[in-house]
Design a binder for this molecule. Sequence first.
Ligand code: URA
Length: 494
Amino acid sequence: MPVVTLEGRGDFTEWREAARRLLISGVPPEAVDWRENADAGSDLFDRGADGRQVPAPTVSATSTLTVPKSFLDTAAAAICHADPARFAILYRVLNRLQRDRNLLSLTTDEDVAMLNGLVKSVRRDSHKMTAFVRFKEVGHRAGSERRRFVAWFEPDHYVVARVAPFFQRRFFDMDWMIATPRGVAAWDGAVMEVSSAPGQKSPMSDDTEDLWRTYFSSIFNPARLKVRAMQSEMPKKYWKNLPEASLIPAMIAGAEASVAAMAERAATDPPAFHARVRPAPDGQGSVVPSSRMTLEDVRAEAAGCTRCPLHCNATRTVFGEGPPDAPVMIVGEQPGDQEDLAGRPFVGPAGKLFDTVAQQVGLDRKSLYVTNAVKHFKYEMRGKRRLHQRPDAGEVEHCRWWLDLELALVKPRLVVAMGATALFALTGARPKIADVRGQILYPESGPGVFVTVHPSFLLRIPDAGRREEETARFAQDLARVAELAAHPSIGQAR
Ligand code: URA
């Protein structure tokens, strides 16, 4: 029986060459003994116990074997699996494909089902790698501004080469190395090197770990905790390399108490609707802007705002906050449940996420003026919970009175519209955010408006990998804002 020994570290070419030779020589699947991990110096084709070697091809080496393209894609994925049986399964399917070109469509066929199972688990492992690699910063490259990062990850299969292009696209502007027991990938801005040799784990810890923990605790909603789903999305085997995982047991243990506290707060805290209904609004704010008016004067006026019915159900006006001469103004949609109770913008989950990402890119929240397009919380009751409702165009229009005063008094050089409501309030236009994201739009008057997504959009993405990807894009947007803020001329009204 011919023995074929492959290194077997996800290299498709190595298996393809061997399989091609066997097939051309007419060796049937049951006659091959596939083995993994060549000893140094061993040949691809060893003699079997019976001394037989793969016969030399009886047809010309240039003779072509054709297989459906879908098989090549499937095989390239399946070969990354760690199961030693993969070589034989693939060779069996390859053989059968010579007689039955439609074999792969027979999903109930045992060989095809096994092959699909391999592919599925390689894809899942690749996806987990994109979601759970955690980089740690290790300084700058000598003589360069480029920051360097390393990460340790433990995949189940040989997926490093498959996943490396994803990291190259995502982290194009930094040097990085991802080491795993099943290979190493490294990018330096020009060349990507991928090796199938096992990497080394270096013991390291840095501030990024705290950021991950802050990020994780800010997106954790105890009321939505589903332990099974969470453990399936973030299986325990990955925890040891995830800085935020150390929080999970305590979060799960404390979830019930947190939910009870939330319910209690929702039940006992305002709003007491009838207690706060004010005399009928005349549709105008009482304030008449004057050149001597300060932001504090406007804030005090806004506290009694009755310009639209939203004041009836909200606890209080949530006015903007930050330095009265901040160079950058951040505008969100409207206060949420926690902001309504605290009386401050962006202190709930979306605010925490914003703070984390801003800090990560060097944007200090204390230097920003943070506000909302609409100053009262709009919601509907679901049991004892107050669920956010998007403000309509009329409510945004009414509240523009306050936003315009904030803009006139703070005079920011750049305004950041987070999400569609803010963009509408600032420009009167409703383009799709995806079409204008990252651009600076210039309304008829006032400073330029940089467009990005709202952080609650990120919190609503169910898939961890996609959420992380979108959060990285949001970080890129905020990094751009930090950069623009440093340039005195950028964003000024044209
Ligand atoms: N979402 C917003 O748009 N603003 C806040 O203040 C909180 C959540």
